[in-house]
Design a protein around this ligand. Structure first.
Ligand code: BTN
Length: 225
């Protein structure tokens, strides 16, 4: 499958562009921008998107699956292309890509719904490549001590994503296993004294003493003392 690629120098957000234009562009379209002025992260956070990073989104209009399916597919695809660069990355639940406890990449998958019907899925991916990062982040150029071609990386990602898509499209259970294998923590492990009881892409069930919690962000747990 060939993916149509739309390139922008500056854009508000590649996810927003596809939200506004999903009817006009075809299935599989990729939107990539050098700079985003209103890049968005999960849970309403801002995603700083300076020049030098790889900021892009993919539109899915056919054979629509759960958003988490695409997030997992993207995570394992990023991990594979990083492996080729000799970088050992892990998924920090639910969908951040970490290298040595620093964030290298984030994924924001969104569904566009009209009258409760899902019209399309937008997978937004940010990878720190040659850009400066916030304190808790790391870029590929930091890790490899050289600059990388954004076009080359995007091409590699699309190839890997398509390959994984055809492999896993009817095997969500296997994809789930692969995703779990690459998490920084797995069932029965602990985060700051909390035992991980259940791992779902949407939430985590954790337990400490008599307290059981359902959470959608582990930052709070990590910061607790
Ligand atoms: C996160 O870690 O919270 C998710 C970050 C997702 C960032 C990407 S960059 C391309 C796309 N456009 C956006 O506005 N966000 C995503």
């Amino acid at each position: 499958r060939k993916n149509n690629i739309l390139r922008f120098k500056t854009i508000e957000s590649t996810n927003n562009f596809l939200k506004e234009n999903y009817e006009k562009v075809e299935n599989g379209t990729v939107v990539v921008a050098d700079i985003q002025t209103k890049g968005r992260g999960r849970l309403g956070r801002t995603w700083v998107s300076k020049k030098g990073g790889l900021w892009f989104s993919i539109l899915i209009k056919k054979d629509i699956k759960k958003p988490s399916f695409y997030t997992k597919l993207s995570s394992i695809s990023i991990i594979s292309i990083l492996k080729r660069l000799k970088i050992n990355a892990k998924i920090k639940w639910p969908n951040d890509i970490y290298v040595n406890s620093k964030k290298l990449s984030g994924i924001l998958t969104e569904a566009v719904t009209v009258n409760n019907n899902i019209k399309c899925i937008i997978i937004g991916i940010g990878i720190n490549v040659n850009n400066e990062t916030p304190e808790n982040g790391v870029s590929l150029s930091n890790l490899l001590k050289e600059r990388l071609s954004l076009d080359f990386l995007l091409e590699q990602f699309i190839k890997e994503f398509n390959k994984n898509y055809y492999h896993y499209r009817n095997l969500p259970f296997l994809l789930n296993l692969k995703w779990k294998k690459n998490l920084t923590f797995r069932k029965r492990n602990f985060v700051n004294g909390y035992k991980i009881l259940k791992i779902k892409p949407e939430y985590l069930i954790v337990k400490k003493g008599k307290i059981t919690l359902k959470i959608n962000s582990i930052h709070k747990l990590e910061k607790e003392r």
